[in-house]
Write a protein that binds this ligand. Structure first.
Ligand code: AVJ
Length: 333
């Protein structure tokens, strides 16, 4: 027991499971190790991917309907207003590879308008849901080739060989999900995407732009408290799949704009001292101590273009809304 942080874990590998509890987890050993690694940091954090169980995905859909949460509807309006230019930029042949496709709801506009020879390759970590969505899409777009791939896009994954040598691949990454990655991780993901499509390939990406902190904080701490439920639901999900004992009523949602790192930070603040078990480890969380659950980085146009250029991407086109709240851009490798 190292007293400083009240952390309880045996001496050998830094984050091994302390007791039998870890053996009947609904997550694999790597995920359990990742959870322990993040949670036992001096500044505890929990991976934001655990937001998205069934309830979390429904809460996120509800967030997208909120007045305060402008990103989803703003990106959709940019796509709607510029769809012809975008499908021309994607080209007449090749594949549109969507990282973290989820419901593919946002993609339907592209699937409706892209040239018929362009195949759609949705990539998502939840295989069953992916197959379900792919079957629906095949029903709605019978003339379009749909090739789903079940994979964790944060790690390199294999794509089936290209049909025709001259056709180009375009990665599609909407919703400013790039903002959830710390700058170094975002750069390496952009490099991975570039290696995936090769020379002449494309990247169609949506990213949220810097703006007044009041607008941003309202978007991540809405009046009705839907985002607060979305944040707290992460604890319930971990209780179910990672052998945790979080008492949700003993935490409160916190979201603020960090103007040094240009990001929204979401935390769960403990309202009292408590002992927490998670994935076979445990630690004390003090009253007022915060657990980080999500970063959402906001970009300047030049800043994002520079970050992409550092990963080998050249900006070809960019589309924004009249308020310049959000941007969608096509990059070429
Ligand atoms: C789906 C990850 C882009 O960061 O804005 C919404 C998730 N978090 N409200 C975002 C989210 C809080 C969203 N992304």
């Amino acid at each position: 027991m190292s007293s400083t942080l009240g952390i309880d874990s045996p001496a050998t590998s830094p984050f091994p499971p302390a007791d039998s509890a870890s053996r009947n987890l609904l997550i694999d050993a790597n995920e359990a190790e990742e959870l322990r690694r993040e949670f036992l940091q001096p500044q505890p954090s929990l991976p934001s991917k655990y937001f998205y169980d069934q309830t979390g995905s429904e809460l996120f859909d509800a967030i997208c309907e909120l007045d305060e949460y402008y990103p989803t509807r703003t990106e959709a309006s940019i796509m709607q207003d510029n769809i012809d230019e975008m499908v021309d930029a994607i080209g007449t042949a090749g594949r549109l590879i969507e990282y973290g496709s989820g419901s593919s709801l946002k993609t339907r506009l592209l699937l409706d308008n892209m040239y018929p020879e362009v195949a759609y390759v949705p990539v998502d970590i939840s295989g069953d849901y992916l197959q379900q969505v792919a079957d629906q899409l095949r029903g709605d777009f019978p003339d379009r080739r749909i090739d789903p791939i079940a994979a964790d896009f944060t790690r390199p994954f294999q794509l089936p060989k290209q049909q025709h040598a001259q056709s180009r691949d375009v990665v599609y990454f909407p919703g400013s999900t790039i903002g959830n990655f710390r700058p170094a991780a975002a750069s390496s993901l952009l490099s991975q995407m570039r290696n995936q499509v090769g020379r002449g390939g494309g990247l169609l990406i949506g990213f949220d732009l810097q703006k007044a902190p009041a607008v941003l904080e309202a978007a991540y701490d809405d009046r009705r408290g839907v985002t607060a439920l979305f944040n707290l639901n992460l604890l319930r999900h971990l209780n179910r799949v990672a052998g945790a004992n979080f008492q949700m009523e003993q935490y409160r949602h916190v979201a603020f704009y960090n103007d040094i790192n240009h990001r929204i930070e979401m935390h769960l603040e403990s309202t009292r001292e408590q002992r927490v078990q998670l994935a076979g480890c445990s630690r004390t969380i003090r009253k007022g101590e915060r657990i980080l659950t999500e970063y959402s980085h906001k970009y300047s146009m030049d800043g994002f273009t520079r970050m992409a250029a550092d990963s080998g991407w050249r900006r070809e086109s960019v589309w924004t809304d009249p308020n310049e709240y959000f941007a969608v851009a096509m990059f070429r490798s």
